[in-house]
Design a protein around this ligand. Sequence first.
Ligand code: 13P
Ligand code: SF4
Length: 305
Amino acid sequence: MTIREIQEEILRLKKENDICILAHAYQNQEILEIADYVGDSYGLSVQAAKDPHGNIVMCGVRFMAETCKVLSPEKTVWLPNPMAGCPMADQLDPEMLQMLKQKYPGYAVVAYINTSSELKTVCDVCVTSSSAVKICKAMDEDRILFIPDQNLGQYVADQIPEKTFAFYSGGCPRHFSVQDFEVRQARAAHPDALFLVHPECRPSVTAQADYVGSTTGIMDFVRKSDAKEYIIGTENSIAEHLQFECPEKEFYPVSVNLSCMNMRVTSLMDVYHCVRGRGGEEITLTEEVLTGARRCIDRMIELGG
Ligand code: 13P
Ligand code: SF4
């Protein structure tokens, strides 16, 4: 079968079996082409909550599929490749968080959505990269323990100086790997380019950016901008997708290391097997986790708008 034929078969099966395919923007082009919805973590959560189909195939990483299940417990939710996890989401478990809470009594716990559903049951609210500043500002609490991404947490704290923040020293190994010298080199090689960066990068990297935002934020910035060249400081698939969408503009990845194998591990064949009922993993969560994580995610949607 050709890629085109596999895609056509997926489209046929998804219609026949009442399936919605959600895809994170880091997925490969051939997956984006057969998805009902493509977006960042926040957009995917909102879409999962309102989608009318009985079955969801979530092309992304595990915490995203868990978020779909929490928001739509009556639906069957599939992760096409069970190996697709996010290392950041595994950095903290409820016992470790309990110890942190003891260190920061009275602090509201704000969890980045890149966490397990189990961890969300013991947090106050979760946030995504596109909603974190708005939500932390809107919260009544003035003291915030931000977990697990210290870089995103610091970025948020810098925008809200009136509140007190404490952090856990976790983060995304890929975005963290971007070095200041790589930004300088890219700027020297492409002096007319704008530098667009994800807030999971180090503060010294985001400080050099022309724009800081989520994956969707970065893509929307490019669509609206008149600039001709961009250095992209997030997973390298975004530079590829933008080059495809905007052939009249030029895109340069800031670092070869910004490639997330966890996001890339899901293939079109995984999706094909999944919609045929011959592969993937059905996400199941206990009643306790569904209820506890739901409270945390609902608060995100309520405060995030
Ligand atoms: P976004 O919410 O910006 O899509 O980020 C998700 C992610 O995993 C970034 O590495
Ligand atoms: Fe997780 Fe980083 Fe990969 Fe995003 S890019 S899924 S935060 S490891």
